[in-house]
Design a protein around this ligand. Structure first.
Ligand code: ZN
Ligand code: ZN
Length: 290
C-alpha cells in the first residue's frame, strides 16, 4: 500500500509562497494497492490528482469523510468524472436527514456549480456508509462515525498487515469526559489503534482551541495525546489552518513537542509527501509535486 498527499490544508485552499512547504490544497490523499485506486476526500487537491492519474485506471473509489465544502470542492474539477471509460464510486456518511446522493447533488447544482450530476457521462455509483467493515479490492476498510459537526466518518485502511488511519476533521475533547485517559470511550479510537500512520486533525494550538470548542477540530497537543493512547507508529498532523504559514506550522510542532518524550514519530503533514508501507512508511517528497 502506498499513500500520496495531494492536499492537507483545512477549511479553505491557501496557495502562496509562504505556504510552499506544506501546500495550499484542501484534503485529498491517494491510496494505491496493486490496481486498486482509493482517494480519501475530494478537497481541492483532487484536481491535480485527476491530471496525474494513470490513464490505465478504469475504476476509482472516492471515500468522503463528510460533506463540508473543503472535502468536496474538488469533485467537479476531477477529470475522470468526465471520462466515460472510468467508473467512479463515491462513498460517504449516511445521514438521518437526507440520502447521500441528494447531498452530493446539491453541490452539482446552481448556484454552486454549472454541471449537474445527470450530465456526467457515467453516473457515479453512490455507497452510503455508517459504522461498517468492507473491502475495496484487497484493502480492508473500517468506517466509523466520529465527533465533528454533521455526519462524519473516520476511515481505517488495512492491506498486507499495514494500517492507515484517516481522521482529518475530528474534535477529540468531545468524545470522552476524561480525554485522554479513557481510550475505549474516545471518539476515533477503533479507527486509529495501533495504526502504522495516523493522519489526524491538528488545526489549532492548545490556546486557540479553548476559544473554539464545538467547532469540530483538535489542537496539535490533543492529536499527539490521541496518537499516544492509540499506540500508533507515526502521526502526521493534518488540516492546517488556511492562515498558517510554513514557519508558523513548524513552530506549532516545536511548541507541542517541547519537554515531551514520545515513542512514535510526529510530523506536520505536507502536500506532495509519499508514504510507502512496504518500506516501513518512509516519507519522500516527490519533485514533480508542488
Ligand atoms: Zn475540513
Ligand atoms: Zn469538516
Amino acid at each position: 500500500m502506498k499513500a500520496k498527499i495531494w492536499g492537507c490544508r483545512g477549511s479553505l485552499p491557501a496557495p502562496g509562497p509562504e505556504n510552499y512547504q506544506y501546500g495550499g490544497n484542501t484534503s485529498c490523499i491517494q491510496v494505491t494497492h496493486g490496481d486498486t485506486c482509493i482517494i480519501l476526500d475530494a478537497g481541492s487537491g483532487i484536481q491535480r490528482l485527476g491530471k496525474f492519474l494513470s490513464p490505465n485506471i478504469q475504476e476509482i473509489h472516492i471515500l468522503l469523510t463528510h460533506l463540508h465544502i473543503d472535502h468536496t470542492m474538488g469533485l467537479g474539477f476531477f477529470l475522470p468524472l468526465y471520462n466515460p471509460q472510468v467508473k467512479v464510486h463515491l462513498w460517504g456518511p449516511s445521514s438521518a436527514c437526507e440520502p447521500l446522493l441528494n447531498r452530493i447533488r446539491s453541490y452539482f447544482s446552481p448556484p454552486l456549480f454549472p454541471v449537474r450530476m445527470n450530465e456526467l457521462p457515467n453516473h457515479p455509483i453512490i455507497h452510503e456508509l455508517s459504522n461498517e467493515d468492507f473491502m475495496i479490492g484487497e484493502v480492508k476498510i473500517h468506517s466509523e462515525y466520529i465527533c465533528h459537526p454533521d455526519p462524519t466518518l473516520g476511515y481505517r485502511l488495512t492491506a498486507d498487515g499495514a494500517v492507515l488511519a484517516y481522521l482529518p476533521d475530528h474534535e477529540l475533547q468531545l468524545g470522552s469526559f476524561d480525554f485522554p485517559n479513557d481510550p475505549e470511550w474516545t471518539s476515533g479510537f477503533e479507527i486509529a489503534k495501533s495504526a502504522d500512520i495516523l493522519f489526524h486533525d491538528g488545526s489549532y494550538t492548545a490556546k486557540e482551541y479553548s476559544g473554539k470548542i464545538g467547532w469540530g477540530h483538535s489542537s496539535v497537543r490533543d492529536a499527539i495525546a490521541f496518537a499516544e493512547i492509540c499506540k500508533v507508529k507515526k502521526l502526521a498532523v493534518f488540516h492546517h489552518e488556511p492562515t498558517r504559514s510554513d514557519e508558523q506550522i513548524d513552530q506549532m510542532l516545536k511548541d507541542a513537542l517541547r519537554n515531551r518524550k514520545l515513542t512514535f514519530e510526529v510530523e506536520m503533514c505536507a502536500e506532495g509527501s509519499e508514504y510507502d508501507f512496504e518500506m516501513a512508511i518512509q516519507r519522500t517528497k516527490s519533485a514533480d509535486l508542488i
